[in-house]
Design a protein around this ligand. Structure first.
Ligand SMILES: N[C@@H](CCC(=O)N[C@@H](CS)C(=O)NCC(=O)O)C(=O)O
Length: 210
């Protein structure tokens, strides 16, 4: 398997989930600005829309894309891990609801802010949406649970962590103490620390070859 990643992006969620499972796909770094890859391949042939994450499965012509799809696929193949509830349960529907919330109300709200693509009205609109979305996560954690859906780390925790881009977006979250403590808990996990190390290593290697 080959996992295409980019620095400090949502692909870190996929790396963290693989690490939780003790699986090690080959990592390929895609430079989203320079459009080059660490293995010199043409990323447009993998994903013509030029975004990560993309997971090339052995024996499959078409890669898997979309963060939700990839993390769900990997976790579903290892139900014993508890990283995602089983299909057909209300818990799974709630998980899908949360994953969709993170993708649409958080990740995709950050991106135009981070890239400084917005009018002042757009900045205010997206910043307010993000404040509300993070406020909702903070409220979910207010009962003292360790992770978003309980005491177990799941795929949605990996996704929330990987998309904590508020500093780059200029959104102030200092007042959300439960959220901050939760992110610290996630950052202490070996899977997450390994994801950051592996990413730094391949980014450095890619920079050297270009
Ligand atoms: N719909 C995709 C969007 C992924 C996405 O926005 N990827 C970003 C990094 S987090 C990216 O590669 N952006 C590069 C670009 O669009 O030019 C998903 O949910 O996984």
């Amino acid at each position: 398997m080959k996992l295409y990643i980019a620095q400090a992006t949502c692909s870190l969620a996929v790396q963290a989930v693989f690490n939780e499972l003790g699986l090690a796909p080959e990592l390929v770094h895609f430079d989203v600005f320079g459009k080059t890859t660490s293995d010199q391949s043409d990323f447009a042939e993998v994903n013509e829309l030029l975004y990560v994450p993309a997971l090339q499965l052995d024996g499959e012509a078409e890669p898997l894309t979309e963060t939700i799809t990839i993390v769900s696929y990997i976790a579903d193949r290892h139900p014993e891990s508890g990283l995602i509830p089983r299909h057909g349960t209300l818990e799974r529907v709630r998980m899908d609801q949360l994953l969709t919330f993170v993708a649409t109300e958080i990740a995709q709200k950050h991106i135009p802010l981070m890239r400084k693509l917005m009018t002042p009205e757009g900045i205010a609109f997206h910043s307010n949406k993000l404040l509300k979305a993070y406020g909702k996560l903070d409220a979910m954690l207010a009962d003292g649970r360790s992770y978003l859906t309980g005491e177990r780390f799941t795929v949605v925790d990996a996704y929330v962590w990987a998309t904590m881009w508020h500093e780059r977006s200029g959104v102030k979250l200092d007042h959300l103490g439960d959220l901050a403590a939760y992110i610290e808990r996630i950052e202490a996990r070996a899977s997450v620390r390994k994801a950051l190390r592996d990413e730094a290593e391949i980014v450095a290697q890619h920079k050297q070859t270009h």
